[in-house]
Design a binder for this molecule. Sequence first.
Ligand code: XMP
Length: 491
Amino acid sequence: MSKLNNAITGYTYDDFLLVPNESWIEAKDVETRSKVSTNHELNIPVISSAMDTVTEAELAIALAHVGGLGVIHRNMTLEQEVNEVRKVKMSGDLTIRDVVTTSPDHSLSSVREIMVEENVSGLPVIDDGKLIGIISKRDIKPLITSDSKKKVKDIMTSDVVTVEDSISPEEALNIAYENKIERLPVVRNDKLVGIITIKDILNHKNYPQASRDKNGNLLVAAATGPFDLERAMALDEAGADIIAIDCAHAHNMNVVNFIEKIKDNISADLLVGNIATPEAAEALISKGVDGIKVGIGPGTICTTRIITGVGVPQLTAVSSVADVANDYDVPVIADGGLRYSGDIAKAIGAGADIVMLGSLLAGTYESPGDVVVMNGRKYKQYRGMGSMGAMTGGFGGGADRYFQEIKGHMKHSKLVPEGVEGAVPYKGTVNEVVFQLVGGLKASMGYCGAKNINDMKEKAKFVKITSSGIKESHPHDLLITNESPNYPTLE
Ligand code: XMP
């Protein structure tokens, strides 16, 4: 009986509301920048789940564009995951490195053919490995029929304005405008290493909130298994800014003891999870982790709590880990169970620095998989990484997360799933979804009088509510006739 008598009560998002506070700030003026790991901050406190129906390069790019961060899942081969990381890193690169070039003796008609085939409007001219000129569609257009015998060297611009790799978008734009040119060859020791176009610079400027590294490339994180050093090192080598050890129980001491081995062999920051207790937080922090992921079983697709009887309701888990981690300045990521923007605000109010979203980002245009129509409504697949489908349908990343192993033609009946497979309504683009979520968080911060995320962590006050309180909080006593973009009703 003493075990039951001494048990603490575990609470989750629906058990509390934030209390409105004296406020001197409005939603439009709050700052949502927050630390995701020792060396990286994001403009919005949102990262995506490392799940095979949530995060591959396309979603990671879209989320980084709006200020968040994607964690590439690991239910694929090492080569495929490395490739996804590279796609994200390259997409934000101002410099196109795979440049189509021509040589001085090429005919104008062959140059035109290349331009049409490659869909480019200008080509650097290379002789003996060196950049000696540039030729554009505009240069050859008037000559192509009248004087087709002419060669590239006869009409190319030899006085080429070049730039160095380290140039900022602003500097590149100024140089391009001053010289009235559309493309800037990037050279190192007279050798062409890439090209920057005005179109790409303007594209870069379209995302002022984007999460970028010091070279201006998009930030990306990638998941690895708790003992998969080879994968961690390959992802690090490919340029992942953050590696996330993705495991259902990171307080397993074999996992804890392997952390240093991974950390010593990578330069990226290392996030580790998942845990749900202050003791586990102490154990991870003692190994020098750069961020902690919290959540055992709160997710929409999770059955861990039902199948194993283990878990801690998420608001209690987040706040008890944050009590430890905040003292060491180690970022806390609240992972799973967030259904509305209000839950994000509550997670931060309880001490989280960042939230990790699965279901809220599954079903977006950029998440992996196709849209299916059922009963006239659009859906996309969403499944737990511990579901039978993810454990048997990928490359072992699902099973491994739950300390299970797929061997040869093993029967499904030898696996014990801790997740389910389903579908979520199609939600539009990541941009649209994140706009609503961050908008709700900002409004919440306005109510709480918090000007930034740290302020929210400190100032947020909670009121415990009853089941009638929850009932009162949701719309009630009417038939909703128009669905709101931040309150889905048609499931
Ligand atoms: P949400 O609620 O955002 O949760 O959909 C996403 C998080 O759930 C975790 N996850 C799982 N947990 N069984 C579990 O118990 C599973 O099969 C499973 N798959 C994912 C994970 O932490 C994710 O970020």
